[in-house]
Design a protein around this ligand. Structure first.
Ligand SMILES: Nc1nc2c(ncn2[C@@H]2O[C@H](COP(=O)(O)OP(=O)(O)OP(=O)(O)O)[C@@H](O)[C@H]2O)c(=O)[nH]1
Ligand SMILES: [Mg+2]
Ligand SMILES: [Zn+2]
Length: 310
């Protein structure tokens, strides 16, 4: 029996593709009765996890995972099927690359802000990529510039791309260097198309928007990691329709809005929730135009998410 360590590159239900330090791949199962402490999840393992596995004599190429190394961070959403549980999207990330578009299928600010809050729970840096610029009319570009100003001022990276004209794709490649990046966003925004431009050899499946918009079909159906360049890893993942927050209580929520965070000591009540309390520094800042109204609306929407009450 041989013991090895490796990185999970792909997870498809009960099988995991794991790459060891030599670059060899092994198809692994989890050892029976695998329990993860303190984390209620529908998938115990995700892409980006570091695992220890053993290979039984005579079983070349397949292995059994018996340990998951402690995670430095992860991106998690509420499970669509079991709402008390989370679903891990990916683990041990250096950055989240959030692909959005103001063209079709248009990404809402509410969705962007939810993704940002999720990343903020572990302070994972976020790069927001505004794709499909080739399809935007002039007014759309002006509005996009307003959003870029807003999110840049909050400390998030922003990039404008087009998979059609290749605008911004060199900058995107540069932003991925020497990092493990999760690429996420709605279905059809162009995640796989952009990754194919960065590494044409991958030849990932992509699809016309009409096919999934009508049937709700996602072209990419599971997350998979690719080394697009030495030491630059990118994880393509299935589109997300709605992002249910996990592990974010009402009292913590404001801490995950960087522009609120800076004001939290200035509210009259130390336990202010910034909803209808008097002398609230956050609400005052919204009224003074120092905090964006759209961000405050997103805060209220996430706050009202009943499942988060605790
Ligand atoms: N005009 C234009 N079309 C684009 C651009 N980027 C992607 N597309 C098109 O958008 C459609 C969807 O692209 P995909 O790459 O499959 O989208 P995805 O985000 O991977 O979708 P899922 O895998 O379902 O999550 C395809 O028809 C692409 O050709 C762009 O910058 N401009
Ligand atoms: Mg895809
Ligand atoms: Zn307040």
């Amino acid at each position: 029996m041989l013991e090895k360590k490796g990185l999970v590159y792909r997870s498809t239900g009960s099988w995991y593709e794991v790459r060891d330090a030599n670059g060899d791949f092994f198809s692994c199962r989890l050892k029976g009765k695998f329990k993860i402490k303190d984390l209620k999840v529908t998938n115990p393992l995700a892409v980006g996890d570091e695992v220890s596995f053993f290979i039984e004599d005579g079983e070349e190429g397949t292995g059994v995972i018996f340990e998951i190394s402690p995670r430095k961070n992860y991106i998690i959403r509420k499970s669509v099927h079991k709402t008390a549980h989370g679903h891990l999207l990916a683990c041990n990330l250096d950055q989240l690359v959030l692909i959005v578009t103001l063209a079709n299928p248009k990404t809402s600010l509410g969705f962007i802000d939810r993704m940002l809050v999720t990343a903020e729970t572990f302070r994972i840096p976020v790069l927001i990529v505004f794709n499909k610029i080739d399809l935007l009319p002039k007014e759309g570009i002006e509005y996009q510039d307003v959003l870029i100003d807003l999110y840049t001022s909050l400390g998030y990276g922003c990039l404008v791309t087009s998979a059609t004209t290749l605008q911004g794709t060199d900058d995107l490649m540069a932003a991925l260097e020497n990092k493990i990046s999760l690429v996420s966003g709605h279905s059809g925004v162009g995640k796989s198309t952009l990754i194919n431009i960065l590494d044409p050899e991958l030849d990932l499946a992509t699809n016309e928007i009409s096919t999934f918009a009508n049937k709700g079909v996602h072209t990419t159906t599971f997350a998979e990691m690719y080394e697009i360049k030495a030491n630059s890893y990118i994880i393509d993942s299935p589109g997300i329709k709605e992002l249910g927050l996990m592990d974010v209580s009402q009292s913590e929520l404001a801490h995950y809005f960087p522009e609120f965070r800076d004001l939290l000591g200035e509210c009259k009540f130390h336990n202010c929730l910034h909803i209808n309390e008097p002398k609230c520094a956050v609400k005052d800042a919204v009224e003074a135009g120092e905090i964006s109204e759209t961000r405050y609306m997103s805060y209220l929407s996430m706050f009202d998410n009943h499942d988060n009450r605790r």
